[in-house]
Design a protein around this ligand. Structure first.
Ligand code: NDP
Length: 498
């Protein structure tokens, strides 16, 4: 017997896979007790005189108080953006604009740990996701669009790209900093100025971003950040001096914004909900597919508009897939977002938790079978156990409505045609996944699926060079890539206009 074998003989057999706590240091973030609104390059007190608390969804602890922008505040922010637009930003050399964007990108990289901790603290997402996904991607968007700022004429040949003016941007709570980057980077690269409204529950990373803007010496008023609830968003939408609105959030609010803007001539892009099909064919690499299913729906607690929330499994592999999936679910660690081992963090708000619970109850009542792995949840905060529903009919609410939580609905299919029909049987059209070893099948499925993004043998991959956006009730307009610049540019045809 060799030494190695002897040692293995004596090695204790592990009795479980518990991990020791590995908390990220919270003290890298310094929070103020109270934050004002970032208007004209300064944090100013809201004229409304109103503040509201922002909490950690993992502990319900109040982290800070944040200003509620009223109509007068929105007006001041729009004036600041207009002044900055008229008095320099739209006319400085594009290469100068690019320098600011590069600076912002580099500062985000330098301060990425601080931002990652804050993002997890205020939003509830696992630190490994904020650290490895949100922050690198946010910086990458600024780098990417910095590159385009002085090349717009090459990007749109025979056109005369000019900025649109003042952009109002409203973002949700699921990727607070990343959505900010998706919105602000292309707008600035194209020469616009911005008023951004972060979501009510996750304002802190946007307020820390204001500090990055000061550090980068961005001219005052080019970016303004107004915090507050939906009322602030609604004021921004209807302000007469805003030229363009970019919105990411629920389909319901998206529709209300579209109605409000009808006939005003303001530009609009909407990135709304989704109910994506993640389709597994019987020739797929099953273990990889199961990882893709887990990433597709449990990433960021399922608070993802493009989440693979409907799993479509080919009937012949249904049993092994479900068995592997259930086994994999037992290994997911749910808990403290700041622990580096955590896979599934806290639900973003009590209101969102109640929405998830209500939809899950409806699934049980309508007749689906529920599976939840054994899981001990923390006592304080808002949590939901990763859940799988089998025996789901297409008509059930859990197969039709966006749950926006860690809840997967499983359906089956026999043929590619049936998979396409079921995948497209939704009012949404944001994303889809296809798992198969056949390239030809990937191409044929991608062309038949009504979805803005189709991932093949992977899921939830994002890249600043790649356009993202939806069809049908998932909205219109694209963010990312060259397409993401178009909504922020007037593209005059130089040949026609001479
Ligand atoms: P909302 O659509 O209400 O919120 C998105 C953003 O719009 C927030 O900043 C919100 O402010 C703001 N807003 C709210 N009302 C108005 C209004 N009338 N005019 C202008 N802006 C407004 O989403 P919720 O946070 O309420 O989430 C509800 C559901 O929407 C989720 O359960 C999920 O299904 C879906 N959703 C989809 C997202 C996506 O990425 N597609 C993202 C977030 C949610 P405030 O935060 O104060 O409400």
């Amino acid at each position: 017997m060799t030494d190695l074998e002897r040692r293995q003989d004596r090695a204790p057999v592990p009795s479980g896979w518990d991990y020791a706590p590995a908390p990220e240091a919270r003290d890298i973030v310094t929070l103020e007790e109270r934050y004002g609104l970032y208007i004209g390059g300064e944090l100013v007190e809201p004229k409304s005189g109103e503040y509201f608390p922002t909490v950690s969804p993992a502990s319900e602890e109040v982290l800070a108080e944040v200003g509620q922008a009223g109509p007068e505040d929105v007006d001041l922010a729009v004036q600041a953006a207009r002044d900055a637009y008229d008095n320099g930003w739209s006319t400085i050399s594009p290469a100068e604009r690019a320098k600011y964007l590069f600076r912002i990108a580099r500062i985000l990289q330098e301060r990425s740990r601080e931002f990652a901790v804050l993002e997890s603290l205020n939003g509830g997402k696992p630190i490994k996701e904020s650290r490895d996904v949100d922050l690198p991607l946010a910086a990458a968007h600024f780098f990417y669009y910095a590159g385009w700022a002085d090349k717009l004429e090459y990007a749109f040949p025979h056109r005369r790209p000019r900025p649109v003016g003042v952009a109002g941007q409203i973002i949700p709570w699921n990727f607070p900093l990343l959505m900010l980057a998706w919105k602000i980077a292309p707008a600035l690269a194209a020469g616009n100025t911005v008023i951004l409204k972060p979501a009510e529950t996750t304002p802190l990373s946007a307020l820390l971003f204001a500090d990055v803007l000061r550090q980068a010496e961005l001219p005052p008023g080019v970016v303004n950040i107004i915090t507050g609830d939906g009322r602030a968003g609604a004021e921004l939408v209807k302000h007469p001096d805003v030229d363009k609105i970019a919105f990411t959030g629920s389909t319901e609010v998206g529709k209300a914004i579209q109605r409000e803007l009808a006939g005003t001539g303001k530009r609009l892009t909407l990135e709304l909900g989704g109910k994506a099909a993640n389709i597994i064919f019987d020739d797929a690499a099953l273990d990889q597919a199961v990882e893709g299913i887990v990433n597709g729906i449990y990433f960021n607690q399922g608070h993802v508009c493009c989440a693979g929330s409907r799993l479509l499994v080919q009937e012949s592999i249904y049993e092994p897939v479900i068995e592997k999936l259930k086994r994999r679910l037992t290994t997911l660690r749910v808990g403290d977002p700041l622990d580096k081992n955590t896979d599934v963090g806290a639900i973003n708000s009590k209101q969102q938790l109640e929405k998830i619970e209500e939809l899950v109850r409806s699934g049980e009542e309508e007749g689906a079978d529920i599976y939840q792995p054994p899981c001990r949840l923390p006592e304080k905060g808002w949590w939901f156990v990763p859940t799988v529903f089998t025996n789901v009919a297409q008509s059930y609410r859990i197969a039709q409505e966006e749950i926006f939580g860690p809840v997967l609905s499983v359906l089956t299919f026999r043929t590619p045609d049936e998979a396409v029909e079921k995948a497209n049987n939704t009012p949404y059209g944001l994303s889809a996944g296809v798992w198969t070893e056949k390239g030809s099948r990937i191409l044929s499925m991608a062309s038949r699926l009504e979805a803005g993004v189709v991932w093949a043998n992977t899921y939830n991959r994002f890249d600043p060079t790649s356009p993202f956006g939806g069809y049908k009730e998932s909205g219109f307009g694209r963010e990312g890539g060259l397409h993401g610049l178009e909504p922020y540019l007037d593209l005059e045809d130089s040949e026609v206009r001479g």
